[in-house]
Structures are given as structure tokens and as C-alpha cells.
Design a binder for this molecule. Structure first.
Ligand code: ZN
Length: 270
């Protein structure tokens, strides 16, 4: 589920805005010689349409006029629906402002096409062409063609939240069973780690947060001992070495709960 905030963040990106300014619905069609502009539905009355960004990620609708937060999420939705219906598509064009695809079996006569684009007139990526229905029949295993590691990662996030210990092998068989497709194992392997990054953040980013975490611990629990040691690697880059934490209440409890004592292990008293 996506919020309006996500889309606003995208819109605030200046390079994104300038890309939008450089294109419009009318020159979309001219820039792609493979596509017939007369085949598209052009909506001129959508200037103030509210952006209905909530969509079912597990069973998306990709009909004309549906709006997605951005081009990437639009493509993800089309990919997922394609897998659910055991079809396959080929990307004709994809960039920050548009996504165009055709059936993988277009050369055998299937007329299914898809086109969605952003516009300065509205927020998000709106579907302009979707269909007609595939006439190519089942693909009889679209996993190899369509199930990218990005697709795997999106499906794996919830499964790994429920069971963070799940290995790629279990994830592989679970996804294959659930979607009745054969997915190459290496894509599940990579997809799993992509999903872990989504859930827990990237390792590098987490290490970068350690100084902030140290400062926050010392601020909130004053009197604690929090030490962060780093070292330089072969490239002279600073790397994490070790992190020590003794919170003040634990220090106090230890001192109050333990009697002073002298211990002597077996040693030579010579
Ligand atoms: Zn088709």
C-alpha cells in the first residue's frame, strides 16, 4: 500500500520535474516510431483528478485511467498481473516518464499492448492503453521470463517479516508453489537479500547510523559507557571494528548486587 507522501517525494525531485517539462502526452507518441498514436486514449479532462494511489499490490488493476505512484511501480504491477495470468511481455520503452510494453508473442498475432505515462497535468503514472486481452493463451511457465529478482523481493518482504530465518531454498519452493511457476533459484537468492535490505536497511547504511546511535544512547541514559571503535582497511577507508555498550542502570545494578571479591586462579606463586 502506498501513501500520497511517497508520490510527493518523487515529485519534489528536480531532475524528475525537468524530465516531465521536456515531454508531454503529444510528443510521447511521436518519440516512439513503433507505436500508433491513434491507438491511444488521450484524456484531456484529468487536470485536477485526485491521485488515487492506493492499489492492491497482490492483485493490481491495470485498466485505462488507473494511476500508479510512478513508472517503476506501474511496471511492477503489470509484471505481477502478467505472472498471475501466466502471460509475458516485452518492454518497448521505459524511462522515468513512460512505460510501454507489448505481448511477448506479438509476432504470433497477440495484440495486447500497455502504455502508461506521467504528465505535468497530474501526479503519478497513468495508464493510457491496456489491452485488448491476450489471445496468445497460457505461457506455460512465465517464471523464467517474468519473475525478476525485483518481483521476488516484493513477494518476499511479507514472508520474511513473518519468518526472518527463512532461507532462499524454502522461499524458492514457497513462491513456486504459491504462483505455480518455475523461478530460477539464483533470482530467489538475490531477491531474498533485496527484500532483507527493504526490511532492515542496507548494511552500509546501518553502520553509518552507529555514531548517531551512540550519541543518542549517551544522551538518553547518561552515565552509560558506549564505545565505538573503527579501523582503516587496505584502501585507507574507515571501517567498523567493535561496539561496546554498558548502560548506567546495568553498571549500578552490577556494583550494588556483587560483593567485592578477590579471585585467584591456579598460578605459580614463585
Ligand atoms: Zn499475449
Amino acid at each position: 500500500m502506498y501513501s500520497d507522501t511517497d508520490s510527493l517525494v518523487t515529485q519534489s525531485d528536480s531532475s524528475y520535474d525537468s524530465d516531465l517539462a521536456a515531454s508531454s502526452d503529444s510528443n510521447d507518441d511521436c518519440s516512439d516510431p513503433e507505436f500508433d498514436p491513434n491507438g491511444e486514449v488521450v484524456d484531456n479532462d484529468d487536470e485536477y483528478d485526485p491521485p488515487p494511489f492506493s492499489y492492491d499490490v497482490d492483485d493490481p488493476i491495470i485498466d485505462v485511467n488507473v494511476v500508479f505512484p510512478d513508472v517503476d511501480q506501474c511496471k511492477s504491477a503489470v509484471t505481477h498481473l502478467t505472472i498471475l495470468h501466466d502471460h509475458a511481455f516485452e518492454i518497448v520503452k521505459k524511462d522515468k516518464s513512460r512505460f510501454r510494453a507489448k505481448c511477448k508473442r506479438a509476432d504470433q498475432g497477440c495484440k495486447w499492448t500497455f502504455f502508461a505515462s506521467t504528465s505535468p497535468k497530474y501526479i503519478g503514472c497513468k495508464v493510457k492503453t491496456s489491452g485488448p486481452k491476450h489471445t496468445c493463451g497460457s505461457f506455460n511457465n512465465c517464471g523464467e521470463t517474468m519473475a525478476s529478482n525485483k518481483w521476488v523481493a516484493k513477494r518476499a518482504v511479507d514472508l520474511l517479516r513473518d519468518d526472518p530465518e527463512m532461507g532462499p531454498k524454502d522461499l524458492h519452493s514457497m513462491l513456486q508453489k504459491k504462483y505455480s511457476i518455475d523461478i530460477p533459484y539464483y533470482r530467489v537468492y538475490r531477491g531474498k537479500y533485496k527484500a532483507m535490505d527493504t526490511i532492515y536497511g542496507k548494511w552500509d547504511d546501518n553502520y553509518d547510523l552507529l555514531p548517531t546511535y551512540q550519541a543518542e544512547l549517551l544522551r538518553v541514559v547518561s552515565g552509560s559507557i558506549v564505545e565505538l571503535d573503527t579501523e582503516k582497511d587496505d584502501n585507507d577507508d574507515l571501517c567498523f571494528s567493535r561496539f561496546f555498550v554498558a548502560l548506567k542502570p546495568c553498571i549500578d545494578g552490577f556494583l550494588q548486587g556483587c560483593r567485592p571479591y578477590i579471585a585467584m586462579d591456579a598460578t605459580h606463586l614463585t
